[in-house]
Ligand binder design. Structure first.
Ligand code: AHR
Length: 506
């Protein structure tokens, strides 16, 4: 079917904050241990970090990495992870029913971030702990003063502050599964007084208050309103978390996931701005979409997969090791397009997660590391999307979603920077290819020069369930979008059904 689109630089959404290409590393399953950290692996350095994994994370292009959880943080004592390794305690991790060895803590994780070239975003424990422990961690990490905590930091090999700029005030505190789960009033009050105290240490911090664990939570909406009524003056961001999966073999419905994410973002923005209006404030709370991905969380019976309590208290068990196929990666690419379409208010986002645990990168102990299908849309979008995000109106076929009614088959967004223009597109149709004509006239007028296709990528496979595996790690990749070309004032390209593509014009 034919589709028409237009890139008009006047329809700018906003400047892209590079932090929307963030990631998330939790002490969970084989993420840290037997994932990024595997002393004895042939590629591991003296510090135990695997360099094959470091190279892949660097290639992925992740800006800021949220750490150390997730549900894990709500029972975590950060002091367990500092000081001489032989003195570090082993602890029960209630969130994932595992044993935490604490071989990796703040210092080691920062060393790994230095390897991959990403920035640290820390979460404090507001589940089993409170304001004082958050202050202790902040003082240890950021204070430039002579105190007991900074002396300990120096003794542990780090005289200069870590200088962590973004901090999450707990994790998913609305979720009954969360250790220390609270109602919105109780959490809002705790988050407010913790944020105020943290700003007394360092007024320039950027603070993220917990929004809902998903838009499907029974308290969604009222949670955001109540929490922001308590914390509006104290925080910069509210978090959104969302995971998607194909249910009941309904690929077409799964391909509408981007619509769900867009509605989620727009609802939270509306609530945040309503609270601003009631407070007669011009301040705009931004969104930190600090957990998003495809995750096969629910089984077909509606229960939860990966129930950790059935597995004892192991160290680094195989948990949440989802294998992603082409369809997952197309939905995933559409989620990235959706984040860019909201670049004015989504100023930070974290792909959950990075290695082995619902991850674009997988590892085998003692063996290889490989790219899952979702690796490709992330690495390409992160590399090509710079400058400002620009709305791309599309007229295309539609399909009927059970949840969202008529949904456009083709979705797109563009970004414009000093060197060129990038266009990201998805064809959500399970049946029809889309022959897309993109009107470049307004763009060419602004640029005052011609452009040509200098790079293109297509993620598609005739078998939409094809995946990369330990036995066949290069089964799925991207190839050039054959035939994509600029002629006169138009770009033309064809997207097969269930495909994601990117084009670079310069
Ligand atoms: O990313 C996996 C888990 O999903 C996180 O620990 C939690 O915050 C969310 O429920």
């Amino acid at each position: 079917a034919d589709a028409a689109a237009r890139i008009d630089p006047h329809h700018a959404i906003g400047d892209i904050d590079r932090r929307i290409f963030g990631g998330f590393v939790e002490h969970l399953g084989r993420h840290i241990y037997d994932g990024i950290f595997e002393p004895g692996h042939p590629s591991a350095g003296a510090d135990g970090f695997r360099h094959d994994v470091i190279d892949l994370v660097a290639e992925l292009g992740v800006s800021t990495i949220r750490y150390p959880g997730g549900n894990f943080v709500s029972g975590y004592r950060w002091e367990d992870g500092i000081g001489p390794k032989e003195a570090r305690p082993r602890r029960l991790d209630l969130a994932w029913h595992s044993t935490e060895t604490n071989e990796v803590g703040l210092h080691e994780f920062q060393a790994w971030l230095d390897h991959v070239g990403s920035d640290l975003m820390l979460a404090v424990n507001l589940g089993t702990r409170g304001t004082q422990e958050a202050l202790d961690l902040l003082e240890y990490a950021n204070a430039d003063a002579d105190t007991a905590w900074t002396a300990q930091r120096s003794a542990n090999g780090r005289p200069t502050p870590f200088d962590v700029r973004m901090w999450c005030l707990g994790n998913e505190m609305d979720g009954p599964w969360q250790v220390g789960h609270r109602n919105a009033d109780d959490y809002g009050k705790l988050a407010s007084r913790t944020a105020k105290a943290m700003r007394m240490v360092d007024p320039g911090l950027e603070l993220v208050v917990c929004g809902s664990s998903s838009s499907g939570m029974p308290t969604f909406g009222s949670w955001e309103r109540t929490v922001l009524e308590h914390t509006f003056d104290d925080v910069d961001f509210i978090s959104c978390h969302s995971y998607y999966q194909e249910m009941g073999g309904n690929a077409q419905e799964f391909l509408a996931s981007g619509v769900d994410m867009a509605r989620f973002i727009e609802s939270v923005v509306a609530i945040a701005d309503t609270v601003a209006a009631t407070k007669k404030s011009d301040k705009r709370i931004m969104i930190s979409f600090d957990e998003w991905n495809v995750w096969y969380l629910h089984n077909e019976e509606g229960g939860q997969n990966d129930k950790p309590e059935e597995r004892g208290w192991p160290v680094a068990p195989r948990l949440l090791e989802d294998q992603y196929h082409v369809l997952d990666a197309v939905v995933f690419g559409d989620l990235l397009i959706t984040l860019l379409q909201h670049a004015d208010r989504v100023r930070s986002a974290s792909l959950a997660q990075l290695v082995n645990v619902i991850a674009p990168i997988m590892t085998e102990p003692g063996g290889i590391a490989w790219r899952q299908t979702t690796f490709f849309p992330f690495s390409i979008t992160s590399r090509l999307a710079h400058g400002r995000a620009v709305r791309v109106p599309v007229t295309s076929d539609t399909f009927t979603s059970e949840r969202f009614g008529e949904v456009a088959a083709v979705n797109a967004v563009a970004t414009i920077d000093d060197e060129g223009v990038s266009l990201f597109l998805v064809n959500r149709s399970t049946t029809d290819a889309a022959a897309v004509t993109v009107d470049l006239a307004p763009l060419l007028r602004e640029l005052g020069r011609e452009v040509a296709v200098v790079e293109s990528a297509l993620l598609h496979d005739d078998d939409r369930y094809a995946a990369n595996t330990l036995g066949d790690p290069f089964r799925v990749g991207v190839r050039a979008l054959d035939g994509a070309a600029v002629a006169g004032e138009s770009l033309t390209l064809t997207l097969p059904p269930v495909s994601w593509g990117a084009i670079r014009l310069a």
